[in-house]
Ligand binder design. Structure first.
Ligand SMILES: C[S@@+](CC[C@H](N)C(=O)[O-])C[C@H]1O[C@@H](n2cnc3c(N)ncnc32)[C@H](O)[C@@H]1O
Length: 215
């Protein structure tokens, strides 16, 4: 029965348990997964004025806000399936009077036409997408990107040493980081046809930054 429910699930909440969502920003900042990581991601893209950026699994909009402050002339759209986390994102976006658009949707079924974005970005989302939808989510990211568009994905990756291997093994008891740990992200990027797939950075030996191009 529990397995059936898991199979039908289209997404996992930001901190796995939905009731923790209001405390998401506090917890991630406390754990050290905050600003510096998002600034690093913002530094890996170099959008021009008017470029369209899709943030897949935007959560509380931390990454999108930093990108919008750094590149005020871009158009950012964020999707997330969880209406409760989108409410937090909406409040933050309105407070800063930014024009980031927020839409409720899942990564495996993006409500956008083909070839419509210059960049697709996603932070700490892949390990939250249920197993049976992960490949489809990568196909969707590729579909909505324009030719020569770039995808930047940041999430737990292949551990860099013995200690981070242990940490990720323990973490995989709580969240589904096992496939990431075995190299799922670069493998799926290649499998769905992205070109120039590379790991362009890492943090704490735990978090990997991947970039690829749609040709
Ligand atoms: C750990 S949070 C990361 C949020 C944000 N990207 C950040 O860096 O703070 C994971 C997010 O992925 C979203 N998510 C889970 N499953 C998803 C899916 N199938 N499609 C899109 N987003 C999903 C969750 O709702 C949550 O907001």
């Amino acid at each position: 029965m529990i397995r059936m429910l898991m199979m039908n699930k289209k997404y996992t909440h930001a901190l796995t348990l939905g009731f923790l969502t209001p405390y998401y920003d506090f917890i991630v900042n406390f754990a050290g997964f905050g600003r510096t990581i998002y600034e690093k991601i913002a530094g890996y893209i170099s959008p021009k004025a008017g470029d369209k950026i899709l943030d897949v699994g935007i959560g509380t909009a931390n990454l999108a806000l930093i990108i919008n402050r750094k590149y005020p002339k871009v158009n950012i759209i964020g999707i997330d399936p969880d209406e409760n986390i989108l409410k937090i994102a909406r409040r933050k976006v309105q407070k800063e009077k930014l024009s980031i658009k927020l839409t409720q949707a899942v990564a495996q079924n993006l409500p956008f036409v083909d070839n419509s974005f210059d960049f697709v970005i996603s932070s700490f989302v892949i390990h939250h997408i249920p197993k049976q939808f992960k490949r489809q989510a990568f196909l969707e990211m590729k579909r909505v990107l324009k030719r020569n568009g770039k995808v930047v994905i940041v999430d737990f990756g292949i551990p860099k040493n013995f200690v981070t291997n242990i940490i990720l093994s323990l973490f995989s008891l709580i969240e589904d980081v096992g496939p990431n740990k075995k190299g799922l992200i670069p493998r799926l990027l290649k499998e769905v046809g992205f070109s120039d797939v590379e790991e362009i950075g890492s943090k704490f030996g735990l978090i990997s930054f991947y970039r690829a191009i749609k040709i």
